[in-house]
Ligand binder design. Structure first.
Ligand SMILES: Nc1nc2c(ncn2[C@@H]2O[C@H](COP(=O)(O)OP(=O)(O)OP(=O)(O)O)[C@@H](O)[C@H]2O)c(=O)[nH]1
Ligand SMILES: [Mg+2]
Length: 216
């Protein structure tokens, strides 16, 4: 990123175990895929620099464990999320049925204005499909959230899904904030608007050029 600053956006991966959350993050971040299943313990973290409409953004990807035993731990992370990728597996009906419960947890614990993408993953497994595209889309429409079917295996829709979520967040939070004249102007400082802290986030380049901060 050189010397430019970046907006920080916190995204949480949630959904049942084995639906492919970690695989989606690895495909997006490193363009790799493994058929080996290593279940996530607690919460993993990665960050990825992207440019959305010319604006540098640091996507903080919090990859939570889907296993029930980690639920109270992982739900503690919901409160500071800007966005969620709520994932199910199109070849696993219970993972789709459980979307309602995940959505309830998000509504209970996450900021009311957070953005959500519903993601039906493993769409390469069309022969094993038990959840239709229409069912996923209809549920997403009922919740008023964006919908994608993706495949971490082939890479289909992975980048576009993360980009769509980041773009929505940019429009809603960052652009609105800047249009309101709220651009902070110094590095390392922060200010608060609408109960949301706007941080200034120099990138690892560490140069002196600053740009306004982020929603966190
Ligand atoms: N065919 C296919 N397999 C996938 C896809 N995404 C993930 N998998 C496989 O599904 C299994 C589980 O993937 P993970 O990404 O570890 O699942 P997870 O949701 O992170 O699971 P937890 O960490 O337990 O919550 C692995 O064996 C992956 O290789 C996909 O798009 N297509
Ligand atoms: Mg995982």
């Amino acid at each position: 990123m050189g010397a430019k600053g970046a907006y920080i956006v916190r995204l949480l991966m949630v959904g049942d175990s084995a639906c492919g959350k970690t695989s989606l993050v690895l495909r997006f971040d490193q363009n790799v895929f493994s058929t080996k299943f290593v279940t996530t313990i607690g919460v993993d973290y990665r960050d990825k620099m992207v440019k959305i409409e010319g604006a540098p953004m640091r996507l903080q990807l919090w990859d939570t464990a889907g296993q029930e035993r980690f639920r109270s731990l992982t739900s503690n992370f919901f409160g500071r999320a800007d966005g969620f990728v709520l994932t199910y597996d199109i070849s696993n009906r219970p993972s789709f049925d459980h979307v309602i419960g995940w959505m309830r947890d998000i509504k209970t614990r996450a900021p009311p204005d957070c953005d959500i993408v519903l993601c039906g993953n493993k769409c390469d497994l069309d022969n094993d499909r038990v959840v239709t595209y229409e069912e996923g889309k209809q549920l997403a429409d009922e919740y008023g959230v964006q919908f994608f079917e993706s495949s971490a295996l082939t890479g289909q829709n992975v980048e576009s899904m993360f980009t769509a979520l980041a773009t929505t967040i940019k429009h809603k939070r960052i652009d609105d904030y800047l249009e309101g004249g709220g651009a902070p102007s110094t590095d390392g400082a922060s200010t608060t608007t609408d109960n949301r802290t706007i941080h200034l986030a120099p990138t690892e380049g560490g140069g002196s050029s600053k740009s306004p901060g982020c929603c966190q």
